[in-house]
Design a protein around this ligand. Structure first.
Ligand code: HEM
Length: 231
């Protein structure tokens, strides 16, 4: 393995993981009140509703696709009756819908930020870095799913990219598997580690603060009229 390959496919992922964990601990301890999405809903709501919903639901589906494609071994999907061809059709169709929703939502959110001056003014340098990485990740992901797998020659990333990815978590990385992958898969994966390294220092931390307790409520309770009496 070349030094460049080791740097990209072993050192970068582990450095990013360490920064991801340590960064979250640091941010929580030092910037608890800044742990927010820094929502601009009060400044503009209509574009946000469309953009945010399309982007977040598309991304959530794409995350599901990554779990199936990267974390679940292909033998397991075959054992439960999903053939290699079946997986390919599912990944291409569902991945394309997810990716297109994601890119449409992201485009609306970026257009909104450029179009409304008061939203634009809330945009920090970290936001710009985050959005640039996200845009590149989404476009490259779509090239993989639609360009390579749905209408292109196809590439079985479950035998290379996925094995390398899982190997990182069992401390047996196989950088040579990534070194031989098509360049679009390489850039997508390398940028992902940069995004994960930036994550704890950006507004993306809000992803870990979903108010799940709201799901069981008939309405959003902002403030109780009376103090809660605990026995
Ligand atoms: C090291 C981490 C990652 C790896 C190894 C990876 C790998 C892949 C692969 C192999 C595909 C093609 C799936 C297919 O054709 O069936 C893909 C698609 C995609 N990726 Fe990633 N990815 C990573 C992280 C991310 C992140 C952080 C994002 C966040 C924006 C992202 C966004 C997408 C999107 C939007 C698609 C297209 C839709 C889909 O197929 O789900 N990826 N990725």
């Amino acid at each position: 393995m070349t030094p460049g390959g080791l740097l990209l496919w072993v050192v970068l992922p582990y450095a990013s993981m360490v920064l991801f964990v340590a960064g979250h601990v640091w941010r929580y301890r030092h910037d608890k009140f800044g742990w927010t999405s820094r929502s601009t809903q009060l400044l503009e709501g209509r574009w946000l509703a469309w953009g945010s919903n399309l982007f977040h639901w598309g991304l959530l589906a794409a995350v599901g696709g990554h779990v199936l494609g990267l974390l679940v071994p292909s033998q397991l999907t075959q054992d439960v009756g999903l053939s290699e061809g079946g997986y390919h059709v599912l990944a291409a169709a569902a991945g394309a819908v997810a990716g297109l929703a994601c890119v449409a939502g992201f485009a609306i959110l970026m257009a909104r930020r450029a179009y409304f001056p008061r939203v634009r003014r809330t945009t920090s340098r970290t936001d710009i870095a985050t959005y640039t990485l996200l845009a590149a990740m989404i476009v490259l992901g779509l090239v993989e799913t639609i360009g390579v797998n749905a209408i292109g020659p196809g590439y079985n990333y479950r035998d290379t990219v996925a094995l390398w990815f899982r190997g990182l978590f069992t401390f047996s990385p196989s950088p040579q598997l990534m070194a031989s992958a098509p360049v679009v898969y390489q850039v997508h994966a390398a940028l992902a580690w940069l995004l994960f390294a930036l994550w704890p220092f950006s507004r993306l931390v809000h992803a870990w603060s979903i108010p799940l307790q709201y799901l069981g409520r008939p309405y959003i309770l902002y403030r109780s009229r009376y103090p809660v009496v605990r026995r």
